[in-house]
Design a protein around this ligand. Structure first.
Ligand SMILES: *Cc1c(COP(=O)(O)O)cnc(C)c1O
Length: 496
């Protein structure tokens, strides 16, 4: 062994770490303080970004000093990113990041726990288990349910789907595989279900053909009559109804399926009941937010997304399964090279991951910082702001309001001279085109960021508020911003 100490470049001595860390925290704090004065995005061209990092350069032969490297990288990221924490960010369902979560990720990296096994992460495992119980508390789900953190809503849904398949397929599917099924399987979900279901059906071997995409009523809720008919048809044909999926807040318009009725139907038919609550589940904690969310408590499994309505920085998803032993049956294989014992909770037995990071910490910290009451207030405010936006655009002659559910509002820009002919196919097609252009323009401007939804076949602007930085004043400023880009788009298209 060399007698001299090893090169400590990567290790960073204490003073260098302290200096670089303090500088970075100062930069981030200044960024958070000025976020509202910035543009939502610089909308930099792809070529400019590649040039900025010299994208085609080979891996550097020699290294770079850590402090200046971090400073330069932070400068560039804080200039060229899209800020979903910006008060005028209303796109998709991406929340503003809780600052305690930002710091929590730093702490989680520093202790660097492998939360695959209790022995490797004693306190971290206990903290994750507590965070899972607190999430169950927020949803009204049993506290002794199985559950764990995963990367996001997709993985939470897929993790539950695979468990449902083991529990309800009617044969030893985890050993024998999908092809050994005595009966073909079918899965039922509304046509508004998020595309995770395509991935789950194809990855699980159940196959996307087995998904029965059930129609929705005029408000976008799964049609129970159509569901019952589809299940009866399948049973008649010797197909086994494996599971029914309800959504607690669709990604597009925030619609909540009739979860109570779905729970009853599944209890009566023996099908597994899964709820995709990636967006809306946490609204169950808010009194009066949505009556149907109470049905979630009767599900066999629920997927939730703390990086949405718990405002955790990406990534944090969480899956809950009422009967924890089903997660073990699905995911535990007891290899000879692990001796972690069976007396404590080893999360690698409960999900697809082996080595696991300490995602739970940022969520647990925010739950402690805010408490239930704090989250009830923040989520409730997001919902009220979305309702306020809906009322504002409904009262504004430049807009037509479409939907409001949970914290998603949809509407479109309508030039005043076209209001009279709004229902004609020509005007309808033109309004689709115009609002599509409007979205491109406003996104590129960096003044605000909205996305879109298709509602009853028409292209709508869509604003989703999962953002504690957004205030009533920001919401009230939005229609004027959108109307200005709408007028510009209309002028460009019609030359008026
Ligand atoms: C966001 C969302 C998902 C996917 O979650 P990710 O965190 O993006 O993986 C699935 N379903 C619904 C209803 C969602 O809103």
């Amino acid at each position: 062994m060399p007698a001299a100490p090893r090169d400590t470049t990567l290790a960073l001595d204490a003073e260098a770490f302290r200096q670089a860390g303090h500088d970075l925290v100062d930069q981030v704090a200044a960024f958070l303080e000025t976020l509202g004065d910035r543009r939502v995005t610089a909308a930099s061209a792809p070529d400019a970004l590649r040039e900025l990092i010299d994208a085609d350069a080979p891996i550097p032969e020699a290294g770079t000093e850590a402090g200046p490297l971090l400073r330069e990288t932070a400068d560039r990221l804080l200039e060229h990113s899209l800020f979903n924490g910006h008060p005028q960010f209303y796109g998709y369902i991406t929340s503003s990041p809780a600052p305690i979560g930002i710091l929590g990720d730093l702490l989680a990296s520093a202790v660097n726990q492998n939360v695959g096994a209790w022995r490797l992460s004693p306190l971290a495992t206990e903290i994750e288990a507590q965070a899972v119980r607190w999430i169950a508390d927020l949803l009204g789900f049993p506290r002794d349910a199985g559950g764990l953190f995963v990367s996001g809503g997709n993985m939470a849904n897929i993790t539950a789907f695979l468990a449902a398949r083991v529990a309800a397929a009617g044969h030893e599917v985890h050993r024998e595989g999908a092809q050994a099924a005595p009966q073909p399987l079918a899965v039922y979900a509304s046509s508004e279900t998020h595309t995770w279901l395509h991935k789950a059906a194809s990855l699980s071997g159940v196959g996307t053909d087995a998904v029965r995409w059930i129609g929705v009523d005029a408000t976008g809720r799964l049609d129970l009559v159509a569901l019952r008919a589809a299940m009866a048809r399948d049973r008649e044909a010797g197909v086994r109804p494996l599971m029914v999926i309800g959504t607690a807040g669709t990604v597009s318009t925030g619609v909540v399926d009739p979860l109570r009725e779905l729970a009853t139907l599944c209890r009566d038919t023996g099908a597994w009941f899964h709820v995709d609550g990636a967006y809306g589940a946490f609204a169950a904690a808010v009194p009066g937010a949505h009556d149907d969310l109470a049905g979630m408590a009767h599900a066999d499994s629920v997927a939730v997304d703390p990086h949405k309505w718990l405002y955790a920085p990406l990534e944090a998803g969480c899956v809950l399964v009422r009967d924890a032993s089903i997660l073990r049956r699905t995911y535990s294989h007891d290899p000879a090279y692990y001796q972690f014992g069976t007396d404590q909770l080893n999360y690698h037995d409960y999900g697809p991951q082996n080595s696991r990071g300490f995602r739970a910490l940022k969520v647990w910290l925010a739950l402690r910082q805010m408490g239930r009451a704090g989250y009830v207030q923040l989520i409730g405010e997001d919902i009220r702001l979305a309702a306020h936006l809906h009322a504002r655009v409904a009262a504004d002659p430049a807009f037509e309001a479409a939907t409001h559910s949970l914290s998603i509002t949809t509407f479109r820009y309508v030039p005043t001279d076209l209001r009279a002919t709004i229902a004609t196919p020509e005007t309808a097609a033109y309004l689709d085109r115009l609002n599509r252009d409007l979205v491109e323009r406003v996104q590129a401007s960096g003044e605000a960021f909205v996305s879109n939804a298709i509602v009853a076949g028409r292209y709508m602007l869509r604003a989703c508020i999962v953002n504690f930085n957004t205030t009533q004043a920001h919401v009230e400023a939005l229609p004027a911003i959108l109307a200005r880009h709408g007028r510009d788009a209309d002028t460009a298209l019609r030359g008026t």
